[in-house]
Design a protein around this ligand. Structure first.
Ligand SMILES: Cc1cc2nc3c(=O)[nH]c(=O)nc-3n(C[C@H](O)[C@H](O)[C@H](O)COP(=O)(O)O)c2cc1C
Length: 208
């Protein structure tokens, strides 16, 4: 997909034209993320083996909210700190049924392509392609006054750490990764020059 297609897909979504949208159940942080911070930090670890069991939408919705969902509806700020509140990190949810963009405002997924991009996210580390979900973090550097790769990378780190901690609390397995086939992902998602894939987190239930 060329950059124009991603822009078009997002425009179409905003304008309310037909667009495949998956609404996520409201995040249930109180019930699902009740592990103490101390215990969460104690248990956080990189895990590289996953069950193929699907992740239900309530769990996925709570995980995405923890990653960078809106925690202050009054001003639209999010769970992850963000340099100059640019909220530059785009989260793509890569699954067998296609690749979706997480839209924090509507807490929903917008289909970008029907392609399963998990192998491209996995790159040479094929274990990552076995997880039912891969979360790809892309910084939209165009959201800064001038493109600032360092700020984008730091913002991606915060979102990825939120994912790591939320996975621990939810009983999910993940590992933050810089490995991926960026060229394939840029082409398939129609990313623009200032939209840079930086990190990804394969996510699955731990393998028995
Ligand atoms: C920025 C960053 C990039 C990473 N990239 C990869 C990667 O490409 N592949 C991988 O298997 N692990 C990757 N890791 C995970 C580290 O290898 C892991 O965090 C480290 O070995 C410490 O293990 P722990 O997370 O269990 O504490 C990355 C971690 C960070 C912070």
């Amino acid at each position: 997909m060329k950059p124009i297609f991603l822009t078009l897909a997002l425009f179409v979504a905003v304008a309310g034209f037909a667009q495949k949208v998956e609404s996520l159940p409201a995040p249930n942080a109180k019930k699902m993320l009740k592990m103490s911070l101390g215990q969460t930090l104690q248990q956080r670890q990189s895990i590289r083996e996953y069950s193929t069991k699907a992740i239900d939408s309530q769990t996925l919705g709570t995980l995405l909210w923890a990653a960078c969902g809106i925690n202050r509806p009054a001003d639209g700020r999010i769970t992850a700190p963000s340099a100059i509140n640019a909220q530059d990190i785009m989260v793509f949810v890569c699954r067998a049924d296609g690749t979706w963009h997480y839209e924090p405002k509507s807490h929903s997924l917008i289909l970008i392509t029907a392609k399963d991009l998990r192998p491209a996210v996995a790159g040479r580390q094929t274990f990552a392609g076995e997880a039912p979900v891969s979360l790809l973090l892309v910084s939209d550097l165009g959201k800064f006054r001038s493109p600032h790769m360092e700020l984008g990378a730091m913002d991606a780190g915060y979102v990825s750490e939120n994912i790591c901690l939320a996975c621990t609390a939810l009983g999910l397995a993940t590992v933050p990764r810089a490995t991926m086939d960026k060229d394939i992902l840029i082409e398939a998602l129609g990313l623009g020059e200032l939209q840079v894939p930086l990190l990804n987190n394969p996510v699955g239930w731990p393998r028995e």
